[in-house]
Design a protein around this ligand. Structure first.
Ligand SMILES: [Fe+2]
Length: 459
């Protein structure tokens, strides 16, 4: 456990492009030499399980009723060990139903359909979707984790595919996303808004042809952020059967602001130092009108390691301030603890957030996923809970309490893998006191492999 100052000024479910229109499997990605992303808890599980009899250690808060869902890769068959990329494994959902503080069931299910929607699972307007970037369609999921064949968003999606990450505007109840795909063999990116009725209400083609891997976006009150960073499509990797995105020294990394309150299509670009980030913590406009972006920054990746993101540089919490009056972007590293999978209060996308939560990945270049981190951006401190020897965490989802009095009143929920038992637990923390450890642990009948993203779907 640790509590210390974030660094002062010093200076990535993750997604999948498995569903490129061409179909990567045709090029032999799925088919061994060692591959880091097939070992340990990255390895897939083979059983499909429904378990109604779950042992609970501690006590689940009575106010929790809903589904905790998580998506991630679970490669089927024998992947080509040399070429397998973590982002390309077939999607599998792991879920727990909780009713008034009782664990009702655990189940895992493969994601159906042919789009390999393996990256995230979200709920919006009464529907649940498994989602992925780079051309794969969202797959609707029922409350028992079965994949449905219905058209996503009531058939209103105009783009090929969707995105792995949406941002929720809690005032308008709309979802915002930046999609990209290769619908006619060439790259197209769009800004898409899904209304509170669950139907797509806006689709803007973006003036962008760089082939950038647009894993995420961010919103602020007035803008949607286009994250045109240093990883772009690689045709040579594609034809050789590898994951087709690569570090690109020749591409200027930049953050674009597209006004989401008009439709003029112009993007105001801010050049930044070469980098990539999969995941923003959040973005918002400060009192001076600057746009602030916090994200888990990689110095370089998908350069030497063609199988995944973790073995080249660690992800570090970094802040960019975009000055709208002079067009400059400044950058500062906020913390020295490498971390990924940041989450915040679900209603604060695009608004100032005091708190954030992440998975500490460890100081080595091969992450241990060994800690849960909470950031306080007002006090400029973090709190760290070490999971302990042989334990590996995952993304923590923040669930606000009913009738919240402060932003961090609520729970963190995450899967934690225990090497000794080769099984996982669903673990619940009091978000106001992560240092004292879990308040409840639900024991699962199998392990939940290292995966990407998920959601709490309130009952
Ligand atoms: Fe992601």
């Amino acid at each position: 456990m640790d509590r210390r100052k974030l660094l002062k000024i010093t200076g990535l479910g993750f997604g999948s492009a498995a569903a490129l229109g061409w179909g990567l499997n045709r090029f032999g990605i799925i088919g061994s030499k060692e591959n880091y992303y097939l070992q340990g808890n990255y390895a897939p599980v083979n059983e499909i399980i429904t378990e109604d009899n779950l042992e609970v250690v501690g006590s689940i808060p009575k106010e929790l009723s809903g589904l905790y869902l998580r998506n991630g890769p679970n490669p089927i068959g024998s992947p080509n060990v040399k070429k397998y990329h973590w982002f390309t494994g077939e999607g599998m959902l792991h879920g727990i139903k909780i009713d008034e503080g009782k664990a009702i069931w655990y189940r895992n299910r493969s994601v159906g359909g042919d789009s390999n929607a393996n990256t995230h699972v979200i709920s919006h307007s009464g529907k649940i979707y498994a989602i992925v970037e780079a051309g794969g369609s969202p797959v609707e999921i029922d409350k028992e984790l079965n994949s449905l064949s219905s058209e996503p968003f009531y058939g209103t999606l105009q783009t090929e595919g969707f995105t792995a990450h949406t941002k929720f505007d809690s005032q308008s109840k709309e979802l915002h996303g930046i999609t990209y795909a290769f619908p006619r063999g060439s790259y197209e990116a769009h800004y898409v808004v899904v209304g509170k009725d669950g139907r797509v209400k806006r689709t803007d083609l973006l003036p962008l042809s760089s082939g950038t891997m647009l894993h995420e976006c961010a919103i602020t009150e007035n803008y949607v952020l286009v994250l045109d960073l240093s990883i772009t499509f690689s045709f040579s990797k594609l034809v050789r059967g590898y994951f087709p995105f690569s570090w690109n020294d020749d591409h200027q990394a930049r953050i674009g602001l597209l006004n989401r309150k008009n439709n003029n299509g112009e993007i105001n670009w801010f050049n930044i130092n070469p980098c990539y980030f999969f995941h923003t913590v959040n973005a918002y406009e400060d009192q001076q009108g600057n746009v602030i972006v916090d994200a888990m920054r990689y110095q370089r990746l998908f350069d030497k390691d063609w199988n995944g993101p973790f073995t080249e540089f660690p992800p570090l919490l970094t802040r960019w301030s975009l000055n709208l009056s002079n067009g400059n972007a400044s950058e500062q590293q906020l913390d020295e603890f490498p971390a990924e999978f940041p989450r915040i209060h679900p209603d604060l996308d695009g608004k100032f957030n005091r708190f954030g939560y992440s998975l500490g990945t460890g100081s080595g270049i091969k992450p241990d996923f060994g800690r849960v981190i909470k950031y306080d951006f007002v006090k400029n401190i973090n709190e760290v809970y070490e999971l302990g020897q042989g334990k590996e965490g995952a993304e923590s989802v923040f669930i606000p309490s009913e009738n919240q009095k402060s932003e961090d009143e609520g729970y963190l929920m995450t899967y934690i893998y225990d090497k000794a038992s080769d099984k996982s637990n669903l673990v619940i923390f009091n978000a106001q006191n992560i240092k004292s450890g879990p308040i409840a642990q639900i024991k699962l009948p199998l392990r939940v492999p290292a995966g990407f993203h998920g959601s709490w779907v309130p009952a």
